[in-house]
Design a protein around this ligand. Structure first.
Ligand code: DX5
Ligand code: ZN
Length: 239
């Protein structure tokens, strides 16, 4: 898939991943098709277990159900503990990218390898208080670094401003890794991304932006989503 084969080459070249968490689950297929028609690059799929995070959402069955409607990448964000048992299930259900929180896995290196062994891109998710140093010894097994800009568990929260400095730091680590011949790594941000802050988030170094309530909270269905997606992209390009 072209989306997962090359890292965006400049700040103007980024991916927008609407989060289904804020979609209308009573009409999920239609919601997914609408948001793809509106220009989504990836579909962000939030999995919560009422254990690692205080909320409960969707699993591999729902991933499998939307797969035929989605020609773009499905970006599965696992907020679950333990992690490993779900990886084969999500790979089978059609996930393209699987990210997890290192605190939720006893053996981070093993979990990253497990994801890749199942043919998916692998990612580490950093909570606001999680230090970036956790990626140091596994950089060669990471395809996505995802910085949480809210505490995981709910859509519609406010962007934590300290994420901007953390993004700059993560960007440097990734650029150094790639300059030294390392593989492509995407830098994704999740939580509170809106039309009015996306430019500064891209400026700080993000190349992949998750947006839940900003997109699905728009009025209308298709027309509204399209307007927000256009505006997100336009503002990000002006970064
Ligand atoms: C939060 C989820 C996010 C959430 C983002 O735990 O991981 O993906 O859906 O929603 P907004 O964009 O509304 O902050
Ligand atoms: Zn998420």
């Amino acid at each position: 898939m072209s989306h997962s084969s090359a890292r965006p080459s400049s700040a103007a070249d980024f991916l927008i991943a609407p989060s289904l968490l804020s979609a209308d689950f009573a009409m999920l297929g239609q919601e997914v098709r609408n948001v793809i028609d509106s220009g989504a690059d990836w579909i962000h799929f939030d999995v919560m277990d009422n254990h690692y995070v205080p909320n409960l959402t969707i699993g591999p069955l729902v991933c499998e159900a939307i797969r035929p409607h989605v020609k773009i990448g499905i970006d599965v964000h696992l907020m679950v503990e333990p992690v490993d048992a779900l990886i084969p299930l999500f790979a089978k259900a059609g996930a393209n990218i699987i990210t997890f929180h290192p605190e939720a896995s006893r053996h981070v290196d093993r979990t990253l390898q497990l994801i890749r062994d199942h043919g998916c891109k692998a990612g580490l998710v950093f909570n606001p208080a999680t230090p970036l140093a956790l990626m140091d010894h596994v950089m060669d097994k990471v395809d996505v670094v995802l910085l949480m800009s809210v505490n995981p568990g709910f859509g519609g929260q406010k962007f934590i401003p300290g994420t901007l400095a953390k993004l700059v730091d993560a960007r440097q680590r990734i650029d150094t890794h790639m300059a030294n011949g390392g593989q492509t790594i995407w830098l994704e941000v999740d939580g509170g991304v809106k039309v009015d802050n996306i430019a500064e988030i891209v400026r700080a170094g993000a190349d992949t932006l998750v947006a839940g309530s900003a997109v699905f909270g728009a009025p209308d269905n298709n027309g509204g989503y399209q307007a927000v997606m256009k505006l997100l992209r336009k503002n990000a390009r002006q970064a």
